[in-house]
Design a protein around this ligand. Structure first.
Ligand code: ZN
Ligand code: ZN
Ligand code: FE
Length: 757
């Protein structure tokens, strides 16, 4: 007889862990107890050593679906004679390090009850159990217990309380447990007026949607704006009201069969679509004119499956098969969570509001995933993923707060080996987003008890995230503040994600970021690791006529590249381009010659080519020109490539002049635009591989890390990967963190840690 003290850390609270351990102890005939602690669970069992060993193995091998163990330990001591196996009251002492489960889509068992007329939760939009339902979005503090969630205002009725307390019930300690008698309720509003309540509200909303109304729907982590996706007039009305002429809308479809009518769906894509995280999956569209208004520029459509019980009720048999479900936010503002605010701000956009009285503690946008290179790549990390941490290769020297960048911003809190990357916050350009950012930082650092002693931020002095870092430093002068170059942070995010210890070649193809030499970077090759990088190569920097305007108006970069390829005499320039832009080009030449800011940005090169090909001259959403260039290229299967030249220097330079001349020649010959677009993709991927090979010859480094917004381009990522793999490189890229600026905070954190004493 021995007694074992077992300590487990990870996601082990609120996921049916204690009942699982209770069952397991009965199975092995062991007595003892389990208790939730601030860092996970403590278990003590006593019995024969061999039985305890089997029990311990079972803990890891037969975990409940949502549980995850990040660390476990076992110690043996003398028995104390436990009489049974009990579940003890939670302890609230000590340092809090327990992990919080993300919000999880409704499980099959709950779905069956939802559609069973004899069940007491028939059509109840807040049904959940220990295997499913809201978690992060309702948590206000740890340990995860009802009084520390937004469910505290709902007193459980006797039947719910009985389930909650019965260890054999699948709702044992399910903190959001509720029913129509005691739990949250939905209400349908038109302005401030109540139209209907409870099931009547849901049914009414369904019929309004079918009639073409635009309805705001409060979900798990925020509001959606919904309308019938196959009703052209409704979608058009929504576009006009949202001032969103062409940015793609995400849609929701009731099941895989409905999705297959509109999109191609591989086995992996179907698994992602229906998995517990329930992200938006970018799927290849089928040729269906009904879809053109939903993502007009795009070969892909963002599709998700219902993840809250309410969503399932929005798709009755014979009802809509496809709903637009776009984040309910004004342009550049974070997703709405509070009714009053939502009502006020969405008033001009939505005809009706389907709200409920369960507060949202943590806003969380839908995540976005796409299958690239045969694997799932996260492009936006929010609901379903946050706030699960990344396990770092080594312990952090001290707790770190990394403040991230500006676009698609996130921040990152690190302690020990855990890196808590915040949920997607949005473009940090408005007061609204900035307040969300500050609020989320306060909540997450409190939730995970991280009090940073080191702060990392971007080098850009005007980013709100940089200002936030400086403000923190002013308030607490003992904090150490480290500025991290934007693209080095991108490279480091891949190193952190894949826990790479040796030196790497970091390839960062991105929009724009502050360089260390005063110019604007964005097409960079580094060598080194988090402790220090050397800039080994870069795209040749180009004048950016009009500065920031060049980002919104791609024809400006086109003029800049033409000037470098053909000189100032516009007689030699491609005629189509001159004809179209005669009034704007000549002044742009002057601007370029007067030495505006220069950039090596790869994103701006994509913009220039897109404009030259007549695809996009002015954008209405971020990266539109590059996205449309990719879409054109995907329509060609050409294996030809435009030539880029490499200038041997330190750092090496990639020169695009020859490529631009070849492209102009193709244009004047009347070559198809998709072929030109494809030859550009192939050429840039090819020169990337050649530059990496040249760097390898000099340094012996064989590992390449790809990062930066440009690699959201599936065609370009896959082409570059195949060229690098042909040259026998070991290649890594961002998969779990977005390759766009959502990854910067994670990279900043590991760099700041490596460079601090
Ligand atoms: Zn369930
Ligand atoms: Zn109840
Ligand atoms: Fe970036």
């Amino acid at each position: 007889m021995v007694r074992a003290k077992i300590r487990l850390e990870g996601v082990v609270q609120g996921v049916g862990f204690r009942p699982f351990v209770h069952r397991l102890s009965r199975e092995h005939g062991l007595n003892g107890f389990i208790v939730n602690t601030s860092s996970g669970v403590d278990i003590e069992v006593e019995g024969a050593r061999a039985r305890i060993d089997r029990f311990y193995r079972g803990l890891a091998e037969r975990l409940p679906p949502l549980a995850r163990i990040t660390s476990r330990s076992i110690q043996f001591c003398s028995p104390v004679g436990f009489k049974d196996f009990s579940i003890r009251e939670s302890r609230r002492s000590g340092e809090k390090t327990a992990l919080v489960s993300p919000d999880i889509g409704t499980c099959d068992t709950c779905l069956r009850e939802l559609s069973d007329p004899d069940d007491r939760r028939y059509r109840y939009p807040f049904i959940n159990c220990t295997d499913c339902g809201p978690r992060f979005s309702i948590i206000e503090g740890l340990p995860y217990d009802r009084p520390l969630t937004t469910m505290k205002k709902f007193r459980m009725c006797p039947r719910c309380r009985k389930e909650y307390e019965d260890i054999r019930s699948r709702r044992y300690h399910a903190q959001p447990n509720a029913c129509p008698v005691c739990g949250p309720r939905v209400t349908l509003l038109k302005g401030a007026r109540r139209i209907a309540q409870e099931d009547g509200a849901v049914r009414k909303a369904v019929s309004l949607l079918a009639q073409g109304a635009i309805v705001a729907v409060k979900g798990i982590g925020g509001f959606h704006i919904a309308c019938d996706a196959l009703n052209d007039a409704a979608v058009g009305k929504l576009r006009a009201r949202k001032h969103r002429p062409s940015k793609p809308f995400a849609v929701m479809a009731p099941d895989a069969e409905a999705v297959r009518r509109f999109c191609r769906l591989s086995i992996l894509e179907e698994q992602l679509l229906l998995g517990p995280e329930r992200p938006i999956v970018l799927l290849r569209k089928k040729d269906n004119p009904a879809l053109s208004r939903l993502s007009p520029d795009n070969n892909y459509l963002g599709v998700m499956a219902p993840y809250a019980p309410l969503h399932h009720l929005l798709f009755p048999a014979g009802g809509s098969r496809l709903l637009v479900m776009t984040s309910a936010n004004e342009a550049d503002e974070p997703v709405e969570t509070q009714e009053a605010e939502a009502l006020r701000r969405l008033d001009g956009i939505c005809d009706y509001f389907l709200v409920n009285d369960r507060p949202i503690a943590n806003r969380c946008d839908d995540s976005i995933v796409q299958v690239m290179d045969g694997t799932a790549v996260v492009l936006r990390r929010g609901r379903g993923y946050s706030p699960f941490p990344f396990l770092l290769e080594r312990e952090m020297k001290k707790p770190v707060l990394a403040c991230g960048a500006e676009l698609k911003s996130t921040f990152c809190l690190c302690k020990g080996r855990s890196a808590f990357l915040s949920q997607y916050i949005g473009d940090l350009k408005t007061q609204g987003t900035y307040s969300f950012y500050k609020e989320a930082e306060e909540k997450l650092s409190r939730l995970f008890c991280v009090s940073p002693r080191l702060i990392a931020c971007d080098l850009h002095p005007d980013y709100l995230s940089t200002r936030y870092a400086q403000e923190r430093k002013r308030r607490t002068p003992s904090l150490k503040l480290i500025g991290v170059q934007h693209h080095e942070a991108h490279a480091a995010s891949v190193i952190a994600e894949h826990r790479i210890s040796g030196n790497v070649i970091g390839v960062c193809f991105d929009g724009i970021g502050y360089g260390t030499d005063g110019s604007i970077w964005g097409g960079e090759f580094f060598t080194g690791n988090t402790g220090g990088f050397e800039r080994a190569a870069a795209l040749e920097d180009m004048p950016m006529p009009g500065g920031d305007k060049a980002t919104a108006e791609p024809y400006r970069m086109a003029a800049s590249y033409l000037l470098s390829a053909f000189g100032p005499g516009i007689a030699k320039w491609p005629r189509g381009f001159v004809r179209k832009h005669r009034d704007t080009i000549v002044p742009l030449i002057q601007v370029c010659r007067h030495g505006p800011a220069r950039t090596s940005s790869c994103g701006r090169l994509f913009d220039a080519v897109s404009s030259l090909l007549g695809i996009c001259d002015i954008i209405t959403y971020e990266a539109q020109a590059a996205v449309r260039l990719q879409m054109a290229a995907e329509r060609s299967s050409s294996s030809c490539a435009y030539p880029f030249s490499i200038i041997k220097a330190r750092p090496m330079r990639i020169n695009a002049a020859e490529m631009i001349r070849a492209l102009a020649a193709d244009l004047s010959r009347g070559t198809d635009v998709p072929v030109c677009a494809r030859k550009f993709h192939n050429g840039l991927a090819g020169v990337t591989a050649r530059v990496c090979a040249a760097i390898r010859t000099r340094t012996g480094i064989n590992t390449v890390c790809l990062s930066g917004g440009v690699f959201q381009n599936r065609l370009f990522l896959e082409t570059t990967l195949s060229m690098l793999r042909k040259k026998k490189f070991e290649v890594h890229y961002n998969q779990l963190v977005p390759t766009n600026d959502g990854a910067v905070a994670l990279g900043q954190a590991v760099i700041a840690n490596a460079r601090s004493k």
